[in-house]
Design a protein around this ligand. Structure first.
Ligand SMILES: [Zn+2]
Length: 123
């Protein structure tokens, strides 16, 4: 759907001329088609997890159509995803306190011995 810039009538997207005032809408229709292709490309990148190309495509949509609500709604979460991935990648691995590691290993050894004894009793 696009709006005729002269008479403001809302027209279905493939229309090349306005049915009310006969204005030439071909440039506007081509622009809308290009925006839809860019949006589809951005969605494809986003769904494939290719976040940087997705952001580029969304920004290309917003260059052409700064009011595009789909691109505006999608670019923020994609940027947040990139930010979160970078933050997680930069975090050092969590350190396990020495005492907790010793207790965990001791419990594992006790469980192993108990398992061995249980098997010895039944076999
Ligand atoms: Zn018109």
């Amino acid at each position: 759907m696009l709006t005729c810039p002269l008479c403001k009538k809302v027209v279905e997207a493939p229309a090349r001329t306005c049915p009310r005032c006969q204005a030439d809408l071909s440039l506007l229709a081509d622009l809308m088609t290009d925006v839809q292709k860019l949006l589809a490309r951005a969605e494809g990148h986003r769904k494939a997890g290719e976040l940087a190309p997705a952001v580029e495509a969304y920004l290309a949509v917003l260059d052409v159509d700064p009011t595009n609500s789909d691109a505006r709604a999608a670019v923020g979460p994609v940027l947040r995803g990139i930010h979160t991935a970078q933050r997680v990648a930069a975090m050092p691995p969590a350190e396990v306190p020495f005492r907790q590691a010793v207790v965990t290993l001791a419990l594992a050894a006790i469980a192993l011995v108990l398992g061995f004894l249980v098997v010895r009793v039944f076999v």
